[in-house]
Write a protein of this length. Structure first.
Length: 163
């Protein structure tokens, strides 16, 4: 899923009734996750660790991007993680078992990849929460006093001026 997979991920998000404004976020996060998987997969650490690294990246970035596009993080993370699921490994393992060969190792690898994806997305979201909180704190400090908006106190009904 380099350039060809991004429209497929967007179509999956669209068919899952995601808001149209979230399609750009889904495409960006999915392409980033696939890029991380391809970068780590070429190293000697293996496909399972590559999937885990991509899932942590997707979890962290989706939590930050979802706030910018004003959609829930789950709307971004589910379509972005689907291309990384180990469907082909499961199929190969079951095909090997059906032929009478040993496909248990292939199925165990698929299980490890699925667990790495699930744990990685949650870990990424957990790690990105303090970053988002600090960014909001700095934004509040640098923006100065707010004259309008939710931080303004309302005037009392008895004619007293607002504080």
């Amino acid at each position: 899923m380099t350039l060809g997979g991004t429209p497929v991920v967007c179509l999956l998000a669209f068919l899952a009734a995601c808001a149209p404004r979230s399609l750009v976020a889904v495409a960006l996060v999915a392409a980033l996750g696939r890029g991380v998987l391809l970068a780590v997969d070429g190293s000697p650490v293996g496909r399972t660790w590559g999937s885990a690294t991509a899932a942590v990246t997707i979890g962290a970035v989706c939590h930050l991007v979802a706030g910018r596009f004003r959609v829930p993080p789950l709307v971004v993370v589910v379509p972005a993680i689907v291309p990384l699921l180990p469907g082909l490994d499961i199929y190969r393992g079951l095909a090997l078992l059906a032929e009478g060969e040993d496909g248990v190792l292939q199925l165990a690898s698929a299980l490890a990849t699925a667990l790495a994806l699930a744990a990685g997305v949650i870990l990424g979201q957990y790690l990105s929460q303090p970053l988002r909180r600090e960014a909001r704190r700095w934004e509040t400090r640098l923006s100065g006093p707010r004259m309008v908006g939710p931080l303004r106190r309302r005037a009392a009904r008895r004619g007293r001026p607002a504080q």
